[in-house]
Design a protein around this ligand. Structure first.
Ligand code: SF4
Length: 260
């Protein structure tokens, strides 16, 4: 904590990174409260991807992902700093759903956050960054210390090397990068989900868990309506904000555009 104060004393903006795991999943609000007492600019909340030293059994459950997303949405309205997520593309969906539900229940209180959808390759509860559905290899590229060109640090599949290959060419034309940018081609529910253009699931987590970088995000509780089905979208999350979690994209759009 002293490091934060020393940085602020000499005018440096401070960003704090936290990785959500089984060990701190019940401490999210406590951490936010501690940071609120410091003059930080950004809290960057990472959701564990089981690569490198990250272990599969240290990830929080899909239900807990959803619950913490709702908590971050609430904190984003209360805290004096911006909150950004990484490897949590489905936080964009939750933010849209909560924003819509809140609007349907009356004017928003406590400030003006949640007006944009952003992140690189994460997502911010505030404004000021890229407004597209950035994901691994989609608006984002990672170069390792060996020069290897990868979709992200959490998706460590090398598609070339900056010492021998054109970074622009690899990003634009490698088959992996190209397929990562085409959500319609994802397998399973992410391939037909009505939020796939702004979400698409964490490609890195899909890759790490299943070995298939185009597989569905395995830690998302939303159940989009299947093409041709007359069943409404649903959500297996049963917590406090379950009503928001089942809102389809059409319903969210109708509410936010004032047509509902
Ligand atoms: S099903 Fe996939 S695309 Fe849809 S919200 Fe979940 S992670 Fe995102």
């Amino acid at each position: 904590m002293n490091s934060i104060r020393y940085a602020r004393e000499i005018g440096l903006e401070v960003q704090v990174n936290t990785t959500v795991t089984q060990f701190n999943q019940e401490k999210i609000r406590d951490i936010a409260d501690i940071l609120a007492a410091e003059d930080i600019a950004l809290w960057s909340v990472f959701f564990l991807v089981p690569v490198g030293r990250g272990l599969h059994h240290h990830m929080v459950t899909p239900q807990k992902h959803e619950e913490i997303f709702h908590e971050l949405y609430d904190l984003g309205r209360e805290m004096p700093f911006d909150i950004k997520t990484t490897a949590a593309q489905h936080f964009r969906r939750v933010t849209m759903q909560r924003l819509a539900l809140d609007r349907s229940q009356g004017p928003l209180q406590n400030g003006s956050v949640h007006t944009s959808f952003s992140g690189a390759p994460g997502f911010s509860a505030g404004g000021g960054r890229a407004s597209k559905g950035v994901n691994d290899g989609r608006g984002f590229v990672f170069i390792s210390h060996f020069g290897e060109i990868m979709p992200s640090g959490f998706l460590p599949v090398s598609e070339g090397n900056v010492r021998t290959d054109s970074l622009v060419d690899v990003y634009r034309n490698s088959s992996l990068f190209r397929s990562l940018r085409q959500p319609d081609g994802y397998a399973g529910k992410c391939g037909y989900c009505d939020y796939r253009d702004i979400c698409g699931g964490a490609r890195s987590r899909a890759c790490a868990v299943s070995g298939n970088c185009l597989a569905s995000e395995p830690f998302c509780t939303y159940q989009p309506r299947r093409p041709g089905s007359d069943r409404h979208a649903s959500n297996t999350y049963r917590g406090r904000h379950a009503e928001a979690g089942a809102l389809s994209r059409d319903e969210v759009t109708a509410i936010l555009s004032g047509k509902n």
